[in-house]
Design a protein. Structure first.
Length: 115
């Protein structure tokens, strides 16, 4: 379980309590944050993050490389797995279509990973 973060802010319910995420949504949140952190730059975990700028987005192997990096660097739960279905570039932003599996839970979401 983790605190839900949206646009860099923690979210609160109408009573002022922190909103939390868990399961596949928590894994997805870790990926969204981790793709925006360059490896080595996070003070509390120097091995956290992915250097998205180092990837060649013109290669047909980029989705598989990104998938391997996400599963190695960002997914810390043995019950979770992420598949990168597709990568697209639109208006100088890079989006990844992800399938996140956590136990029996599965979600599909497109997320902006750079831009």
């Amino acid at each position: 379980m983790d605190i839900k973060i949206e646009n860099g802010d923690m979210l609160f319910d109408e009573s002022g309590n922190l909103i939390t995420v868990q399961g596949a949504e928590e894994v997805l949140q870790q990926i969204i944050i981790g793709t925006k952190v360059n490896n080595g730059s996070f003070v509390y975990g120097r091995d956290y993050g992915i250097n998205i700028g180092d990837l060649d987005f013109n290669s047909d192997k980029t989705a598989k490389i990104l998938e391997a990096l996400i599963n190695e660097k960002l997914v810390k739960n043995a019950d979770a797995f992420v598949k990168v279905e597709n990568i697209r570039n639109a208006e100088n932003k890079i989006y990844a279509q992800l399938t996140v599996r956590y136990g029996r839970e599965e979600i599909h979401r497109e997320v902006m990973i750079s831009g």
